[in-house]
Ligand binder design. Sequence first.
Ligand code: PLP
Length: 404
Amino acid sequence: MFNVETIRKDFPILSREVNGKPLVYFDNAATSQTPQQVIDVIVDYYSNYNANIHRGVHSLSQEATDKYEQARQKIQAHFNAKHAHEIIFTSGTTHGINLVANGFSSLLTKGDEIIVSALEHHSNIVPWQMLCERTGASLKVIPMNQDGELVISEFDALLSEKTKLIFVNHISNALGTINPIEYIIKQAHLVGAAVLIDGAQSTPHIKPDVQALDVDFYVASAHKMCGPTGQGMLYGKEEWLKKLPPYQGGGEMIAEVTFEKTTYADLPHKFEAGTPNICGGIAFGAAVDYMNAIGFDTIASYEQELLEYATEKLQSIEGLTIYGTSKHKTSVISFNLDGIHPYDVGTILDKLGIAVRTGHHCAQPIMDFYSIPGTVRASFAFYNTKAEIDALVEGVKKAKMMLS
Ligand SMILES: *Cc1c(COP(=O)(O)O)cnc(C)c1O
């Protein structure tokens, strides 16, 4: 049985106060909080077996290497990748996207097309613009509708033999919309295009199966799923990872690796130049263990309950508009109060100990679509409660009174 009060005891930060009030943490879409189980793994690493990996013959180095590679296997199992070497440890989603974008520099030419969606995070727009500049390929955008959903008929119209790559987030960080990636991947493969899915917002809520999705690349950040910052993963199909040139370190790094000696010599090390975030990788594995122990079905259904509860309560506030009203969405609510700047609402909420995000959420095109400067975004995790949502609703009412 899921008991949120028991879960909350795992998160030391949730018992602190902010500005003299109990912390209400609703900025989970920006970064999640860290349970004691993951903190313990980080402390254990630095206390007991901190050493560089894949290099030393000494015991500490081997211990660290074993733990790091075990973490890779945990991530592999979690995402159901066919091989452990299809999991590349990165510093986060942004790094993974750039790694793939850079790799495609040598595979694209003038006349090729890349399709992205109107719902993308900046980190999923800028690398493709840079890639287009380098290769002469052009960028096409799947538009969105008023509910914050992709207009799939437009996607169908954009897709052609010229399409080489498609980049879509699984779930929008600004609005919480769940995109129909299964359909997008299927259609893309009919014209021979590769698909990269940005899973930064999906992986905290659901457990993607990369083989069932038949996705070519999938990226995520540990810090949005109870793990540390500066750590993430790129899943790539073996055939694609073999095709892409290395991102960092280039020739030097290849010369260092002996291709013949082991089956591991090529992947994943080809993409992991330099000393990685060893502790981060191990802690990422621990975070995945922690979330799986609770269960993603349990997490998703509880968060859905929070979403429905908060949507209903917030909607009852006069002059409050919610952006992103798709039926398929996760526990993110982006909203504004009529005539009031989101930043001012956020400032008042902060005084009440309530952490929300305000601004464009690195998704300016979405804000342009709605002709707004930004929104207040409250994003819920499985350790949040309805009582906290009540505090938010009271806070928003207070902000409205003070600012209008
Ligand atoms: C947070 C986020 C990113 C960037 O993740 P980093 O960990 O900062 O690299 C990219 N895309 C989406 C949808 C996000 O929510």
